[in-house]
Write a protein that binds this ligand. Structure first.
Ligand code: SF4
Length: 734
């Protein structure tokens, strides 16, 4: 492969149409040529690590020049990054130099939420937290403390909270993100699509993206593979109410009415089954309940779907035939953030079923079977059993919420109601619950019921503004973390290791979690003195060592089969042991055994559906103060169709506020009047409109979609929160 061409295409997709260039602007100060030239200079030092600018964990090489952090590149040995980082990863050094970073432990003075703080020592902060936790335990039991966590950095906090005796550990990545997808695929194939997704995009001959904007939704490996698929001439089908960057690469673009994906998926399946275009041998060998499935989808013709989706029947047929033509190397991407309309697990199940018809599961160009290295866990003492069990899902209201930690909103509800038992302490690690959970008011109401709110983060997020204690964490370039033993197409172990010292009084997560455990009298759960001992123990028991992995940052294993055709066992962990076209377990629980369509609620007159998404240079709301990334995008705009904008007398660059159906008013936001969006919706990039005053660079810049998401629809299968059910109108008085 021509690496230069490939990199250029990758960057083109990641920044296309938005005018961003990694090779120019602020990041251009760090050119690859300068790197090569300076590599021979005496003052240059390289240290491999892995990126934490998002959860993808790409292998990277950090450069120091004269002892100072200088630049970061991809680690060519790493199967995830393959030597290339995305714009956020390249801008990672800005996280170290961010002037808005938390610098020292802070304790609240005055009312919660007033954002008035006293700087304290680590001992004072941790003694206060440990005392409060012991009081909560004595009065309510250990289950009354919950942890909300995001990313691999939460590993040691989970360990401490489990050792303390609480099973209430939740992550927004399930109920506010990919939970419905994994539920839908599990119900169909008996396995989820894991993370990184087991999608063989690189070898797909036809790639269908339905609500998944690869390129803006910047997951490095996938974008590189998307670029390869395009280069190899794969047919791209994009379904999106907004003409995304991915849409600009598509052979077929379907500007669907928001909320009607299910109708399109059912119609596609109807065409593929009626025209006998499915992989008959595969369905016969692996399918369960196909004839019942065929009967269920019979009414959903393209003509039926047309008024729902606004997609012409001919286009539905043409795209169904196109995806069938390339089977089994025809991949319907499962997406990632899929908590939209409240029927999201069934929507994902429909995507899984469509893939099953195309025979793509377990096949080249479809879904491969991921492999991993065998690295034994550290032999800790067993955790104390919980008498009360998890608080989040009483009476198993959401039967498929199980096995994924606790539900975030379930913990929030229990905190407000005290049912099934009281929750009195929250630990919040690296997730901004105010923006991650729908309905900010409910989150703030829950906080009022707490005796203890601890936030651990690198920057002062909105949830930190409500904390009793804020603990400043070292950024990823200043710390070790848990080993990354990934399930992927190539087996590998990756190390995160410190490149530079923390500039102020920040501490690594493992140190904070260990010290807290010691103050709680739980020292037996941390028999090691330094994380290096822990890492070395695990690596030695896998046949390697810390000294060995520190050199390259990566240890790779031998290639293994990843497709059925290569000898991967064709097993399905469903009740029938087959691909469940018709699900008896769903039927027994009172759910539809084959997905059905429910039309979305229409917008009130004069309102437009609020859609939100990602930008390739920011990760959620966590990077807006990073000076390198903020230079590329320091506020968002609201996308409005030109015809609608004209009706309100608006043009690109005008400033307005958005008002939602419940009267919540956003910050000021600039208008982008464009033909690249339907007339019935508007679009915001998530993560802007910050209101924590300590975020000086990002304070009040752009509008927060999260603030406008006051309503949500709960998925009856797994408890996810559908958030695309809010509508906004425009307030001209900016
Ligand atoms: S996708 Fe980008 S931000 Fe995320 S880990 Fe990889 S390089 Fe870092």
């Amino acid at each position: 492969m021509d690496v230069t061409l490939s990199r250029r295409r990758f960057l083109k997709i990641s920044s296309a149409a938005l005018g961003w260039s990694v090779a120019g602007g602020t990041l251009g100060k760090i050119s690859p040529r300068a790197s090569a030239a300076n590599a021979t200079n005496g003052g240059i030092e390289t240290i491999p690590t892995y990126c934490d600018m998002c959860f993808w964990k790409c292998g990277a090489i950090a450069y120091k020049r004269n002892g100072k952090l200088w630049k970061i590149e991809g680690n060519p040995e790493d199967p995830l990054s393959r030597g290339r980082l995305c714009p956020r990863g390249t801008g990672g050094i800005g996280a170290h130099y961010d002037p808005d970073r938390l610098r020292a432990p802070l304790m609240r003075k005055g009312e919660r939420g007033n954002e008035q703080w006293v700087q304290v020592t680590w001992d004072e902060a941790l003694n206060f937290i440990a005392d409060k936790m012991q009081q909560i335990k004595a009065e309510y039991g250990p289950e009354a403390v919950a942890l909300f966590s995001h990313g691999i950095g939460g590993t040691f906090f989970k360990h401490t909270i489990k050792a303390y005796g609480s099973p209430n550990i939740a992550a927004p990545s399930f109920a506010q993100c990919r939970g419905p997808r994994d539920t839908g695929f599990n119900l169909t194939f008996g396995e989820g699509v894991s993370t990184p997704e087991r999608t063989d995009i690189r070898h797909a001959r036809c790639l269908t993206l339905i609500g998944s904007h690869l390129g803006e939704n910047m997951h490095n490996t996938q974008v590189q593979e998307f670029s390869e698929a395009i280069q190899n001439g794969a047919s791209i089908i994009v379904v999106d109410p907004r003409y995304s960057i991915a849409a600009s690469k598509a052979k077929y673009y379907l500007p669907i009415k928001p909320g009607t994906d299910m109708a399109l998926l059912l119609a596609w399946m109807n065409v593929i089954v009626n025209e006998e275009l499915y992989d008959k041998a595969y369905v016969k060998k692996y399918g369960f309940g196909f004839e019942a499935f065929r009967a269920e989808i019979a009414p959903y013709t393209p003509e039926w779907a047309y008024p729902e989706t606004t997609i012409e029947p001919d286009l539905i047929r043409a795209t169904a035939r196109e995806m069938a033509k390339h089977k089994p190397a025809s991949l319907i991407h499962p997406g990632r953030h899929v908590t939209w309309y409240g029927d999201d697990a069934q929507r994902s199940r429909a995507i899984a079923l469509l893939n099953a018809l195309l025979g793509s599961w377990g096949r080249k160009g479809g879904f491969y079977s991921p492999v991993s290295m065998d690295v034994p866990s550290y032999p800790y003492p067993p955790y104390p059993p919980s008498e009360k069990g998890k608080v989040d899902n009483p009476h198993e209201k959401y039967p498929y919420a199980h096995g994924h930690g606790a539900l975030t909103t379930g913990i929030r509800d229990a905190t407000i109601t005290g049912e099934p038992y009281p929750v009195k302490g929250w630990f919040v690690y690296a997730t901004n619950l105010i923006n991650a959970l729908p309905n900010e008011k409910e989150t703030i109401e829950a906080i009022q019921h707490l005796d203890l709110l601890v936030v651990i983060d690198v920057i002062p997020s909105e949830i930190a503004g409500w904390a009793d204690v804020i603990l400043p964490e070292s950024v990823y370039l200043e710390r070790y973390d848990e080993l990354n033993v990934e399930w992927f197409r190539d087996p590998f172990i990756a190390l995160r290791q410190p490149v530079v010292e923390s500039p102020h009084n920040q501490k690594p997560n493992w140190w904070i979690a260990k010290k807290l455990a010691e103050k709680l009298g739980l020292s037996e759960y941390y028999p090691w003195n330094h994380i290096e001992e822990y890492l070395d123990y695990r690596l030695k028991h896998a046949g390697y060592s810390l000294a060995e992995i520190k050199k390259k940052g990566i240890i790779t294993g031998a290639k293994q089969p990843i497709y059925f055709d290569e000898g991967v066992p064709d097993e399905f962990y469903t009740p029938s042991g087959k691909i469940e076209f018709y699900s008896l377990q769903l039927k027994e629980k009172g759910f539809d055994p084959v997905p059905k369509y429910t039309p979305p609620d229409p917008p009130p007159p004069g309102f437009y559906r609020l859609l939100y998404g990602r930008a390739p240079v920011h990760s959620f709301g966590r990077t807006q103060t990073n000076p390198l990334l903020a230079d590329m995008m320091d506020e968002n705009s609201v996308w409005i169709h030109v015809d609608i904008a004209r009706r309100y007398g608006l043009k690109t660059g005008d400033t307005i506020r958005l008002k939602n159906q419940d009267g919540v008013l956003s910050n000021k936001v600039k208008v982008l009047a464009t033909e690249r969006i339907r007339t019935d919706c508007v679009y915001l990039v998530h993560g802007f409109g910050h209101k924590n005053k300590m975020l000086k660079r990002a304070y009040m810049k752009g509008a927060s979609d999260a603030e406008l998401i006051t309503r949500y629809k709960i998925d009856p299968l797994m408890g996810g929160t559908g958030m695309n059910v809010n509508f906004v109108t425009f307030e001209m008085e900016a």
